[in-house]
Every structure is written in structure tokens, then in C-alpha cells.
Design a protein around this ligand. Structure first.
Ligand code: PHE
Length: 473
């Protein structure tokens, strides 16, 4: 067998892992759910979830990956034996399902970028009401954009770890940080800025509901790229001289900072324009896509000095963030095919892209273009089952989103922590987490306690809540 590829260095790995973590989850989903959970208290709960659950689970994933030097299915089998192999498929399936719908939404950033470029050159003309809905129902546009995004992803993945993924994220991530900083500085000059900070950092515990706690937990998984095998796979290329503890903490901090910055920027905008604030507080605000792709462009051009420069830049940022995430998602399937079938990277990339491409196409036309896919239910005539499993979601994209956030991620996350906490030998885990044992013993004991008891119980709580009718998508 050829030697496994590795990252060229610590920085390269950190940027790739941060690239995977920072994505539409930070820029699109987090601001949206924070807004709907009334800020402050929700943010604190979310931060607690990242620290208590997110970081230990990330450590577990990286550790499983590096110990086995394999992608999820093989990693579980190598370290835990046959019985665990099946559990290793969960993250892989979750990754494929997420990539299928994620590519569609990521594709919209390409369209927004093109439109903003045109507006910046020719001047802004407000889109007709209903224009976005018409775009959603435009099959060729949806399929074209989603497949273009997937192809872009495949082009990076096929070049391998240090030559493709690492090179791409080395450019993407620093550019993303700079654009974000520029947006933050611009947002600080908006009248709504102080109110935005107050909303985010002044906890109002009376607004907090138990459902919000679980939503925060589910999102901590999604945003840190956990439960999808991405960190197991990236960890499998990690050299032995890097501290998994330090890396996990770094990734979690950077991911959280970007998510908070995205909130500050969007809230400052929304709270500056009274009309927007009303629109975002009403029923219409239920549409999750609105905030990022419809409300923001208008504000860039009508409310913000320098908006003509900021707007296209902003969508470059969204596209970059999404791309470094889709790269890690595709890599999971590619690495699985390479490990299990001994395929070359090129062959595995082609096959994985084709498989995901078919599902993505289905998702892309399930927003209005294809009548049957838009109206489909997962279990068709079995209505009770539909209510329990998908909360009666219709349309392939909505079903994929729902099933992954509510079922696949929590279950895969449960498998990962149980595996790391219970199936792995304690000596092995210690050796892997702290090569050379340079870290104090209590860090290890805390991690093990969290991985064995706290994380599985918290995730178990999500699963039970989902069964009883919660919804995290
Ligand atoms: N963490 C990414 C985000 O926040 C999504 C993602 C999940 C990427 C899983 C890779 C793996 O958008």
C-alpha cells in the first residue's frame, strides 16, 4: 500500500480544518437561529455547547482518524472490530446527504456574486417581488449552479491533500478573514451596531426555551463539522507531532469568532433599517434563505457607504466559506472509496462526484422546478411515519436538510463519542491525544469523562427530543 498522504504542516491543517468548520452554518444558519432565539441567552448556551460537547467530540474524531489513519468506516473497523464497522457508515451517509443539499445553497452565492457585480457596475435596480421565488423554481439555473459548485469542489479534492485541499484553503481562509474584518469595521459605523451588540451579548434568560438549548447543541455539531466524518478523515492525514487538544481548541475558537462576527454584521444591518427589522420579525422571516440572499443585497446598495465594493466581496466570502466546507464533505466519500476499494484518488473523486451530483440535481429541482420532487414526502402514503421522521417536510432538499440535522448528525455523533469513550483503549487514547504526555493528566480525565458520559447523554437528549417532535433544521 502506498504511504498515506499527510498535511505539509500544522498551519496547513489548521486552515483546512477551520475551512471545513466555517461555512454556510456560520454565515447563514447561525445568525438566523440566533435572531429567532432572541440572541444573548441562546448565544451563551451555544458557547457552552461548543466547549462542553463540541471540543471533546472534535478531539474524539481527530483522535480516531489519526490513530487508525483511515476514513470513518475503516477507522471504526480497524480500532473497534467488525461490530463497529456499521456505525462507521453513518457519518459517510450523513456527509453525502449534506453535501447534496449544501451544494445547492452554495450555488446561490455564485449567482448573488454575479448579480452584485452587475449592480456595482450598472447601478442597483431592486428586484421585482417574487424574483427569488422564480429563481428557486428555475430548474436549469438551480441545477447548473449546484453542479458548478460541486465541480469546483471536485477540482480541488482530486488534487489531493497537500496539493489541493491545503493549497486552496491556504488562500481561501486568509482572504475570508480579511473580508470579514472589513465588513465588521463597516458594520461598526452603522447606527444599528450598538443594538446589535446588545442583542447578542445581553442575555435575556426569560426568552430561552428548552427547544433552544437543543437547537444550540445540534448547531454546534453542524458548525464544527462533527458527526460527518470530516474531522475523522482530516485527522487521518495528521502528523503525530501535532497536539489534537490544541488544534481542537483553535478550530473551535476561530469558528465561533467568525459566527459571532457574522451575527454582528447582519444584526447591525437589520437593526439599522426599520423596514428590514419589521420584515425579519414577522412571519415572512420564517424563510431561512431570506437573510443572506435577499435582505442583505438591498441593504448593501441602499444603506451602506461603499456598498458597491462590499457586496460582491461579501458573496466571494460566502462562496469561499462554502467551498472549503464542501471540499471536506466530498473528501469523506472520496477517502472512503480509496480506503475500501483501493481506488485511485482520481477514480474515487469521479465516482463520488457523480453519486453526489445525481442527488444534488434532485435537490436543485425540488424547489419548484420539478412538481413531483417538490411535493414528495419521504414515506409517501405512510403519513404517521412522515410526521415522526420528517415532520411532514415536502421536497427533497427540505427532507435531506431535516433528516441530516435531526437524525444522521446526532446519531453519528453519538457513535463517535461512544466509540472514543468506551471502545478505545484508554492508554491508546491518552497516547494519541497527548503524544509524549506533555499535558496535565486532568485534561485527559476531563475529556474522557465528557466523552463517556456527558456527550452521549446530551446527544441522547437531542434524539429523544426529535422523536418527541423537536426540529433542528
Ligand atoms: N461546518 C460547516 C458549516 O458550518 C458545514 C459542514 C458540516 C462542513 C460537515 C463539513 C462537514 O457550514
Amino acid at each position: 500500500m502506498t504511504r498515506r498522504e499527510t498535511w505539509s504542516g500544522r498551519l496547513g491543517f489548521v486552515l483546512a480544518a477551520v475551512g471545513s468548520a466555517v461555512g454556510l452554518g456560520n454565515l447563514w444558519k447561525f445568525p438566523y437561529i440566533t435572531w429567532h432565539n432572541d440572541g444573548g441567552a441562546f448565544v451563551l448556551v451555544y458557547l457552552a455547547c461548543v466547549v462542553v460537547i463540541g471540543v471533546p467530540v472534535m478531539m474524539s474524531e481527530l483522535l480516531i482518524g489519526r490513530r487508525s489513519e483511515r476514513s470513518p468506516v475503516a477507522a471504526f473497523a480497524t480500532l473497534g472490530g467488525r461490530a463497529w464497522r456499521k456505525a462507521g457508515w453513518l457519518p459517510v451517509v450523513a456527509g453525502v446527504v449534506i453535501l447534496a443539499f449544501y451544494s445547492v445553497i452554495a450555488g446561490w452565492s455564485l449567482r448573488s456574486f454575479a448579480r452584485c457585480l452587475r449592480w456595482s457596475i450598472d447601478g442597483y435596480t431592486p428586484p421585482a417581488p417574487g424574483a427569488f421565488a422564480a429563481f428557486l423554481a428555475d430548474g436549469p439555473a438551480q441545477v447548473g449552479l449546484a453542479l458548478a459548485f460541486l465541480a469546483l469542489t471536485a477540482l480541488v479534492v482530486v488534487r489531493g491533500i497537500s496539493g489541493g485541499i491545503e493549497k486552496a484553503t491556504r488562500i481561501l481562509m486568509p482572504v475570508l478573514f480579511v473580508i470579514m474584518l472589513y465588513l465588521l469595521v463597516t458594520a461598526a459605523s452603522l447606527p444599528g451596531f450598538t443594538r446589535a451588540l446588545a442583542l447578542l451579548f445581553h442575555p435575556d434568560w426569560s426568552a430561552m426555551q428548552s427547544h433552544g438549548i437543543l437547537e444550540a447543541l445540534g448547531h454546534a455539531f453542524f458548525t464544527l463539522s462533527l458527526g460527518m466524518g470530516a474531522m475523522i478523515t482530516y485527522g487521518s492525514y495528521l502528523g503525530r507531532d501535532t497536539s489534537i487538544v490544541r488544534i481542537s481548541i483553535t478550530v473551535a475558537i476561530l469558528d465561533t469568532l467568525i459566527a459571532l462576527a457574522a451575527c454582528v454584521i447582519m444584526f447591525a444591518v437589520i437593526l439599522t433599517v426599520p423596514e428590514l427589522e419589521t420584515a425579519m420579525s414577522g412571519e415572512g422571516a420564517k424563510s431561512t434563505v431570506g437573510m443572506l440572499f435577499v435582505t442583505l443585497p438591498r441593504m448593501f446598495y441602499t444603506e451602506m457607504a461603499g456598498g458597491a465594493v462590499v457586496a460582491p466581496l461579501f458573496y466571494v466570502l460566502v462562496a469561499f466559506a462554502a467551498l472549503s466546507s464542501t471540499i471536506s464533505l466530498l473528501e469523506v466519500t472520496v477517502a472512503t472509496a480509496m480506503d475500501r476499494l483501493a481506488w485511485t484518488r482520481a477514480r474515487a473523486t469521479l465516482a463520488a462526484t457523480l453519486l453526489v451530483g445525481v442527488l444534488t440535481t434532485g435537490c436543485a429541482v425540488s424547489l419548484g422546478a420539478s412538481e413531483s420532487l417538490t411535493r414528495m414526502r419521504l414515506f409517501g402514503r405512510f403519513e404517521r411515519l412522515d410526521t415522526i421522521v420528517t415532520r411532514d417536510k415536502t421536497g427533497l432538499l427540505a427532507i435531506f436538510d431535516h433528516v441530516s440535522a435531526n437524525w444522521l448528525l446526532p446519531l453519528a455523533g453519538l457513535a463517535v463519542t461512544m466509540f472514543a469513550g468506551w471502545a478505545l483503549d484508554a492508554e491508546d487514547a491518552l497516547d494519541e491525544l497527548f503524544p509524549g504526555r506533555r499535558l496535565p493528566g486532568w485534561v485527559f480525565r476531563t475529556w474522557r469523562f465528557l466523552a463517556r458520559y456527558v456527550c452521549p447523554m446530551a446527544i441522547g437528549w437531542i434524539v429523544i427530543d426529535v422523536i418527541r417532535g423537536g426540529d433542528f433544521s
